[in-house]
Write a protein that binds this ligand. Structure first.
Ligand SMILES: Nc1ncnc2c1ncn2[C@@H]1O[C@H](COP(=O)(O)OP(=O)(O)OP(=O)(O)O)[C@@H](O)[C@H]1O
Length: 816
């Protein structure tokens, strides 16, 4: 590693969200072969100050535009060694309240070792006439200043540099080194982006033994987070968890680890309240608590006596039917009544079954029964509008607003949730009606936070389609709430959508029933299937997208794929469709190179994370409206318009977006598009599940073009996704004092149940017995579909046979 010692002349760029800086340094000494008097240094440079001398360690790198720069991995201030230098240092802005005169007095009195003397005993400053308060403030500021440098240096010594060091410092501040030294595996729990591998490499630098209990605990926690926060369960079964831990531990020179040793580590984690072990299930503590809190909170909300007079309700409903010019079917009618008579209500149904129509009825009936004016503008700033509509994504909220004609927001915005939820205080929501749509997307954590803000004066209605994909985060809250039967609920099954162009809706219901319809391959007015092999997929997508371009805007056409990789994956299809919808027109076309993608004005992009500060959320799609080229002082910026909300992305923020011509099906949850193009091949065999393909096709409003191998569609509709392992049904049944529901799964499980209990599976040991003392639940496998697939003969088509023009009259197909 090389070093550069010099004085920071000026800070060229400082990222206020991190420690990253670019600075110009006047060199006093360096190990580099360098002839210039100055050099540009960049890196995580903490609170580095202009006019101060530092020693930077790192290496020389070449920037394509700005030439050679020094990339520093660590730095250390050269303490001022002269009287005048020390006076300047103490008089600098980092010590507010100390001017040049006081600084000079301090150095005159305490000499060149003044800093050390003050840190040791701020009392020495009374000699110089500083008040006790000022002396303490100066000593604190000095400690913090020295502390940050020491922490960054210390973290660098155990291999934590760059963005990870930032994250660790931001989380623990001056305690960072102590925490990392005490247990590097703690980082797995606290720092997003640090898993067992990184924690283990830090531990190795600190000579932690391969069978150290902290290491075993780290491997268990990492395996548990993999199964819960990342894969969606809320608990792990011991046998699987121990297997996961063992595979992680195998790398560190450990010959093997006994189950007893691992169970002892499980016990320690349980004693430390990191995990909860019950009924033979191992939960991360946060999820264990969240499930109990959800069940208890719902019980409290539901346990209210007051209701409406039945006659009033019936009369109101009649009037609402008249207003909406509709006659509800029996299930819809009782849904509206039950929703209003109960304080918590669940409404599920597939596409076109009338969920929106019922929600509109509930809103109107509620308004009439409670004398609520349905014009939000007639409320003054003091009085909150008592009808609250919310959804997990911005697009779903927008759709809600459109279908009800009332304001709707994301759940995050309703709750005032920011990225940092550490000091979060739930808002005071007004008494009234709260309707949450797209409930299947709400995970255990978000639901717990939402319920914190819901008090007994609120009627809570949750609406969704239980057959869609579950939430990205852990749990399957909506499905579990329905399965427990703890709350009033209605399932709408009758399809009311009447228009001639609704074969997508019937296809969705067929698929949900576990079969491809006999007319799957036949052209319909609004859907078609292009039967082709993996080698032809890209050409087929190209043709369909080219034809669609003349008919629809960029935002209305969406390619959905199950996976990122492969010929039919998101990564390959995104640039392909980008070149059709927004090609590079000339050498003068502005572009930003974000590593994975090139962005141009007019491109469609997808936000990947929630950013409540900028009011943009995971899953939102926007259009690039501006590009500001890089300058000497700042990187390039990208401006994206999300439905009128313009967001400015600095170059280092571009990782929070991606191109959106093709997205994963998971990312499209909660959104709808005029035209969906859905390529499926057997290469994504592992992902091919009924709820995935059902979710994909129900995103299409007007046209659905399915492309690929018939077998892939067939496998998808006949393969049920595994149920997630969650404890919520059990908690709800306990709190509501209900018997555990017997589900279809249970009935089928009679024959497939594996009798080995988790204890047996991990070989019973005294340690295991001690931890897993309660009756374990038998593991139940998901039922397999018994109806069998509809047999369709696959016919491979050539490019010439590709006809993507279904429903796109007047456009001639471009064949290859
Ligand atoms: N009882 C009814 N009588 C007549 N038409 C109905 C009835 N219920 C719903 N509809 C009509 O059926 C269509 C679908 O209803 P709606 O939009 O409420 O369903 P949805 O479940 O919200 O559908 P999606 O989930 O696809 O948005 C609408 O045109 C609606 O007007």
């Amino acid at each position: 590693m090389d070093t550069v010692t010099g004085t920071v002349r000026n800070v060229i760029f400082a990222n206020h969200d991190s420690l990253f800086k670019i600075v110009a340094v006047d060199i006093t000494a360096t190990t580099l072969v360098w002839t210039e008097p100055e050099i540009v240094v960049k890196g995580n440079l903490g609170d580095l100050q202009e006019g101060t001398e530092y020693e930077f360690s790192g290496r020389l790198v070449a920037h394509p535009k700005y030439g050679q720069q020094f990339d520093a991995v660590s730095y250390q201030s050269q303490r001022p060694t002269s009287h005048d230098g020390l006076v300047d240092y103490l008089a600098s802005d980092r010590f507010p309240g100390i001017g040049p005169k006081t600084a000079a007095k301090i150095v005159d009195a305490l000499g060149i070792g003044a800093v050390d003397s003050i840190v040791k005993d701020p009392g020495v400053l009374t000699k110089v006439g500083l008040s006790e308060k000022k002396a303490a403030a100066l000593a604190d500021a000095l400690r913090e200043n020295l502390g940050l440098e020491q922490v960054i240096i210390g973290l660098g010594e155990v291999g934590l540099t760059g963005a990870l060091a930032n994250k660790v410092y931001s989380r623990y501040r001056e305690d960072a080194l102590d925490i990392v030294r005490e247990n590097p595996y703690q980082l797995i729990v606290d720092i997003e982006g640090i898993g067992f591998r990184v924690a283990d490499s830090i531990a190795r630098q600190m000579d932690v033994a391969p069978d150290d209990p902290r290491r075993l605990g780290g491997a268990i926690l990492d395996a548990l987070y993999q199964m819960t926060d990342r894969d969606g369960d809320t608990y792990a079964e011991p046998a699987r968890l121990l297997d996961g831990a063992k595979s992680r531990l195998a790398g560190g020179g450990l010959g093997g680890v006994a189950d007893e040793q691992l169970m002892a580590a499980v016990q320690v984690l349980a004693d430390d309240r990191r995990i909860s072990v019950t009924d033979g299930r191992i939960f991360p503590k946060r999820l264990f608590d969240a499930e109990w809190q959800i069940a208890n909170h719902l019980f409290a909300l539901n346990n209210h006596e007051d209701g409406y007079d039945d006659d009033d309700l019936t009369a109101t409903l009649k009037q609402v039917e008249g207003d909406l010019d509709i006659e509800y079917d029996d299930t819809q009618r009782s849904a509206v009544i039950d929703a209003l008579q109960n304080h918590v209500f669940l409404l599920t149904g597939g596409p076109g079954t009338g969920k929106t129509t019922v929600v509109n009825g509930i809103v109107r009936a509620y308004a009439q029964l409670n004398d609520v004016r349905l014009d939000p503008n007639s409320y003054d700033s003091e009085t909150a509008f008592p009808i609250m509509l919310a959804a997990p994504t911005g697009r779903a909220a927008k759709r809600m607003a459109e279908t009800t004609g009332l304001p709707a927001s994301t759940i995050h915005r309703l709750l005032g949730l920011s990225i940092d939820t550490v000091d979060y205080d739930p808002p005071e929501l007004p008494d009234g009606l709260l309707i949450v749509d797209e409930m299947s997307m709400v995970d255990t954590y978000l639901f717990r936070i939402l319920l914190d803000a819901v008090h007994p004066g609120i009627t809570l209605i949750m609406v969704g389609d239980k057959d869609q994909l579950p939430s990205v985060g852990p749990g399957q809250v909506f499905a579990d709430l329905l399965a427990s039967h703890a709350l009033a609920q209605a399932e709408l099954t009758h399809i009311h959508r009447q228009d001639a162009q609704s074969s997508i809706t019937t296809l969705a219901h067929d698929i949900n029933g576990g079969r491809l319809p006999a007319d799957f391959g036949a052209k319909q007015a609004d859907r078609s299937f292009i039967n082709c092999g993996p080698g032809q997929i890209q050409e087929a997508v190209r043709q369909v997208a080219t034809a669609a371009k003349g008919k629809f805007g960029t935002l209305q056409v969406q390619v959905l794929a199950p996976m990122y990789r492969g010929v039919a994956g998101v990564d390959a299809l995104n640039p392909l469709v980008q070149d059709i919808f927004n090609p590079k027109k000339s050498d003068r076309t502005k572009e930003i190179d974000a590593g994975d993608h090139l962005y141009r004005i007019g491109d469609k992009v997808l936000q990947l994370v929630n950013n409540p500060e900028k009011n943009v959320y995971n899953g939102e799609i926007g259009i690039v409206t501006g590009i500001q080229p890089a300058t000497k002082d700042d990187g390039a910026h990208l401006i994206v318009d999300y439905d009128g909300n313009e967001i400015d992305y600095a170059h280092n923020e571009l990782k929070s977006i991606t191109l959106a011509y093709a997205t994963s099906i998971h990312k499209a949850q909660g959104s709808e598009f005029d035209m969906v193009i859905l390529p499926l091949t057997m290469a994504s065999r592992r992902m091919l599940k009924r709820n995935l393909v059902y979710t994909a096709i129900t995103r299409a409003k007007k046209f659905l073009i399915m492309i690929g191998e018939l077998e892939a569609f067939d496998v998808a509709v006949t393969t049920m996704a595994d149920n997630r392992r969650t404890g919520l049904v059990d908690r709800l049944c306990k709190v509501f004092k209900l018997a555990q529901p017997v589900t279809d799964n249970d009935a089928e499980a009679e024959t497939v149940v594996t009798t080995a209990s988790p204890q047996e599976a991990v070989s019973p040991s005294p340690a295991a017995d001690q931890v897993l003392h309660e009756e374990p639940a038998p593991s139940i496998e998901a039922p397999t579909n018994t109806e069998g697939p509809t047999v369709l003969t696959p016919t491979l088509v050539t490019h010439e046979q590709v006809d993507p023009m279904i429903g796109m009259d007047g456009i001639t197909p471009q064949t290859a």
